[in-house]
Structures are given as C-alpha cells and as structure tokens.
Unconditional design. Structure first.
Lengths: 321, 289
C-alpha cells in the first residue's frame, strides 16, 4: 500500500514538474528519465534473466542510426523509422544471443562477446560513408516552439513527456513481466540455469526472449537520442563508455529491482550535475576532475552497498519491492 | 606494395606484439588466479607510461632504467589494491566486481587527464631513430629492445611460477581454491601477491611501450580492450597463450593497417575475438575446463 501511494505521488510530481521547473531542470529531468528507461531495458536482460551485457550501446547506436538515416536521407519520420530500428536491433540481439547461447558462452565470456560486437560495429560505422562516417550525421534541427509530433520535433517539454511516458511504460511492462510466467522463468535461469533446465524450462528460448526484448526496448531510446540531440557520431554512441554509462544506473540503484534503474539514474545524474556546479562554484574547472569525483562516489557505493541503493533504502522505509 | 614492405611491417608488428603480450600476461595471471577481470588494466598501463615520461623529463632516466622503480611501485600498488579493495569482492557476483574496477578505471584515466592534460606525451632518445639493417629488413632499435625486455620479463615470471615455492602456492590457489585453503595457504596474501605481479608486468610493458607510441589518457580504455582480446585469443590463464596472442594481434593489426586502413585495424582484432569466443572459447592455447 505504502509503495502504491509513494509511486502515485512520484508520478504526479513528474507529470506536474514542467509547471514549476525551469528549462535547465527540465533538461536534467529528461536526462534522468532517459537513463532510467535505458537502465530498465538493460535490467530485463541482466537483472531478470542474468545475462550480463556490456555492449548495450550497440542497440542504442543501431536504433539511433536507423531512424536517423531514414529521416536524413529520405525524410521518413521517426514513427516509421522506429519499427525498422526495433526490427534491426532485435535481429542483432537475436543473432548475438543465438551464437552465444548455442555455443554455450556465459558469464564474463558473454560480457566480452557483447563488448566485441559493439566495438566491431562502432569501427564498422566509422567506415560507412553513407551514414557520415567518423565525421558524424547531423539531423536538420527544426524550430523548437511548435509540437510537430509527426516528425518528433518540438520544444523540450515534448521530449520530457515522451521520455516520461516511455519510462512509465517500461516500468509497467517490467512490473507485469516479473509477475508473469516469463519473469519466473527468467529468475529461475538467473539463479540456477541447470536447475531451471532440469525443471523443463527451455532456457535457450527464454534467454533469447530476454535479449530480444531488451534490444527492442533499448532501440527506442536510440531513436529518441537521434531526434533529441540531432547529431550522431559512431565514436560517441557505440563506445564502450556508453555501455558502461547505461549499466551504472541499475547497478547503483539495484540490479533486478523494478525501482533500482530509476533511482540509480536519478542519483547518478544529479550527482554528476551537483559535482559540476560545486566545482564551478569553487573555481576548480580542470578537465577530468568531475569524473574523478564521480568515480570515487561510485567506488564507495559499490563497496558499501553491494546490492545497490534501492534494496537497502526500501527496507528502511518499509517497502518490500 | 612490395614484399619488403610487408616483411618490415610484419617484423615491427611482431616486436610490438611481444610488448602487448607482456601487458596481456599481467591480465591473464590476475584472471587465472584471482578470477577477477581487471577492467582497469589498460589504465594501469598508461599510468606506467606516464611515469616513464615523467622520470625521463625530470631525471633524463632512460625508460629501460625506469623499469625498475616503476615496476616496484606498481607491485606495491597492485598488492595494496587487491588487499584493500578487491579481496572483499572475490565472493561477490561478476557485475559487482566489474563495477568496482570500472570505478577504479574511471578514477585513473581522469586523474591522468587532470594531471597531464589531453596532449600526447613521449620520450625522445637517440636510439629511437636508429635501426638495424638485416638485408632489406629494417628493425627499429627501440622496438627490438622493448620486445627483448618483454620476453625477458615474461621468462622471469614463467620461472617464478614454475620454480619458486611461492609461485607453486599461487598456482595451487588457482587450481583448487578449497584444497589450497585446506593445506593452510594464506589465500588473501597470495591473491594480493598475484595482483602485484600482474601490475608489475603492466609496468614493464608500459615502460617499453612508451618508446614506441605517444601516450594520452584515452589510450587506457583502448589498451584494456586490447588486453582482453589478446588474452581471450591466446587462452585465459595460459601464459604462453598471452604472448602468442600478443604477437598474433600485433602482426594482424600492423597488416590490417597496411592493407586495409589504419583506422580499421582494431576491427580485425574484435572480429578475431568474436570468432575465437565462438569456436574455441578456451583460446588457442587454453585448456578445456
């Protein structure tokens, strides 16, 4: 009950936020929701099904470039591009999953395989002139005051509400997934794959479902990225540091929990922004100093809260999820 | 594209590959014993490279002489890192260990950026420009010395693990954790020792590498990935595999740079990594577990 009231209050706050937040706060909130959403998508694969992917930037990048290229070359809007992006990302995910699971690759080796595919694709995109190569692809920036939903062009408010809807949707989806047959199968696989198999669960099929679903969800954030930032560089979007950025939120918040990715994204984004402000106020603007602070905080959280912030916090405030 | 050019490129790639191999050897030893994937490996390599440039700038110390102090410092640092931070994590899940080392790597690479800035640094010594001529093959002196140093360091590590009692104890830990505990080995101390040795390997490789390339902070993550590729290709836990993998990657990168495009050279490495993971996950020289 407590959890539901808290959730309703949070939802109301987020819906009403633009009424009293400035444009800067709104952009920070959009960023938090972006990382919360993408963390939730990653969590389906790692948190639920126990498959550690360190190459999720692959799906962000392929999603972003697919929808971006359709718009850039043919003027096809993101609503059509979205489907192709999802299709391609699911195909990529299923190919990687098929190869990995058929050849019995798991744990660290699976993680390295996902890195290898993402890096391979990154360098490949660097050599695709049709997509701008290393020089990047730039989408035409339209005027920002009207809501042009068909082409997904509009004021920051539009992007905020889009991201809010996506995050809420992913949260609900994961909520129902965890209670569904698939959710229980995944958790069984995560805890003990051999035992799950012995119980008659088709572990190969359910791991493939997790990878495909996670890839599809992640590709949507890629489409959003393309139309929000309007510029795409392989070096940035596919880089391993992007993949790490994706998983920081859920790991800090709590892997496998529903609320962990959201909390983790909020904590990390606010922390990063807070450090920037603090250092600017102190006049310490040396390149790298912000990330050093960030790394130290990360180190402390990982050391002292091994299961993430949310499991510890939820016990304290008496919510069991 | 003459044959001479190809042979020259292959020889240079082979020598650089041996230095890569020593770097990867550090990673392989750490993973093989401690079972923790050191995601800060390349970052440690760049720190060693910066240390060599600083010692050179301040004391005019040749990197081949800087090897000794840098390796000792890295051994102590590695021991402390394992004893203080990683030992409490050895029973935690993989993603938790991974995050710990990612945090360490973020701190390292950005601390370097803070201290040294984004500009490339190097050392300039006379013999870097000189080379030996073997018929039509030109071998850079610095590259040859660096490769010889890497081979010597690898041989010393190999001898330590084969011949010394401590080395045998470490191998016992790697082979059978429970058994090692039962016979009363101090596992935490041995783990820390192993990480220290792995760090010392990286230190030596870094001092050698600084003669061949300029160092910038982003080189860290790149070397981390490179070390993974080499170790997986060669076979995790196999010491000769790490050296062989280093040579293989060094030569293939050099050839890909010559024949395709310099920017595409690491695509080849990652392609090789994917193939090896799928077809021979124990690596070329690894044992089946």
């Amino acid at each position: 009950m407590r959890a539901r009231i808290g959730l309703a209050a949070l939802a109301a706050l987020l819906v009403a936020l633009p009424a009293f937040a400035g444009s800067y706060a709104l952009s920070v909130a959009t960023l938090i929701l972006y990382f919360a959403y993408i963390g939730q998508a990653w969590n389906v694969m790692m948190g639920f099904a126990g498959q550690l992917s360190l190459g999720h930037s692959l799906y962000v990048g392929v999603g972003a470039y697919t929808a971006g290229a359709l718009f850039f070359h043919y003027g096809i809007g993101p609503w059509a591009g979205l489907w192709l992006a999802m299709l391609l990302c699911v195909a990529f995910g299923l190919v990687i999953g098929f190869l990995a699971f058929r050849f019995g690759i798991s744990g660290v080796y699976f993680a390295l395989l996902t890195i290898a595919f993402a890096e391979f694709t990154r360098i490949g995109f660097d050599h695709l002139d049709w997509l701008g190569g290393p020089g990047g692809m730039f989408l035409r920036v339209a005027q920002r005051d009207v809501w042009d939903l068909a082409n997904f062009r509009g004021p920051p408010l539009m992007y905020y509400y889009t991201m809010l809807a996506l995050t809420a949707g992913a949260f609900l989806l994961c909520f129902f997934l965890l209670k569904s047959r698939a959710g229980y199968y995944w958790q069984a696989i995560r805890e003990n794959e051999e035992a799950a198999q012995a119980l008659g669960i088709n572990t190969f099929r359910w791991k493939m479902v997790a990878v495909g679903l996670s890839a599809a969800l992640t590709s949507i954030s890629g489409v959003f990225f393309a139309f929000y930032y309007n510029n795409l560089f392989p070096e940035q979007i596919f880089h391993i540091s992007r993949s790490i950025e994706i998983i920081l939120g859920p790991v800090i918040g709590g892997v496998g929990t529903l609320f962990g990715p959201i909390l983790g994204a909020a904590v990390l984004t606010l922390l990063s922004d807070g450090i920037t402000e603090l250092l600017a106020a102190l006049g310490l603007e040396i390149p790298g100093i912000k990330q050093v602070f960030y790394g130290v905080v990360l180190l402390i959280v990982v050391m002292f809260l091994p299961h993430g912030i949310w499991p510890a916090l939820s016990r304290k405030i008496g919510i069991d999820r | 594209l003459s044959l001479d050019l190809v042979v020259n490129v292959v020889v240079a790639g082979l020598l650089t590959g041996l230095v890569y191999g020593l770097m990867a050897l550090g990673l392989s030893v750490i993973f093989g014993v401690v079972r923790v994937v050191n995601f800060a490996h390349g970052e440690m390599m760049t720190i060693a490279m910066y240390a060599a440039t600083v010692l050179f700038a301040a004391l005019k110390l040749d990197p081949f002489l800087a090897v000794l102090p840098v390796a000792i410092a890295f051994f102590i640092f590695g021991y402390a890192l394992q004893a203080g931070f990683i030992n409490p994590f050895i029973t935690r899940p993989e993603h938790s260990q991974f995050m710990l080392l990612v945090a360490v790597a973020i701190i390292m690479v950005n601390a370097l950026l803070m201290i040294f800035g984004p500009d490339a640094r190097n050392v300039q010594i006379d013999y870097q420009l000189e080379s030996f001529e073997l018929g039509s093959i030109l071998v850079d002196k610095a590259r040859l010395y660096a490769a010889l140093l890497a081979v010597a360091a690898a041989a010393a590590l190999f001898a330590f693990f084969r011949l010394s009692l401590t080395g045998k104890a470490i191998r016992a830990c790697a082979d059978n954790y429970m058994g090692a505990r039962v016979v009363g080995l101090n596992i935490k101390h041995l783990y820390s020792l192993t990480f220290g040795l792995g760090a010392a390997c990286v230190a030596i490789a870094g001092c050698a590498m600084v003669l061949l390339v300029d160092v910038t902070p982003p080189l860290g993550p790149y070397y981390t990935l490179l070390a993974f590729v080499i170790v997986i290709v060669g076979g995790l836990g196999s010491m000769t595999g790490a050296l062989l993998g280093g040579v293989l990657i060094g030569v293939s990168e050099a050839l890909a740079g010559l024949l395709i495009a310099p920017s595409a050279k690491s695509m080849f490495s990652f392609g090789l990594l994917i193939l090896v993971l799928l077809l021979r996950p124990q690596g070329l020289l690894g044992r089946k577990s």
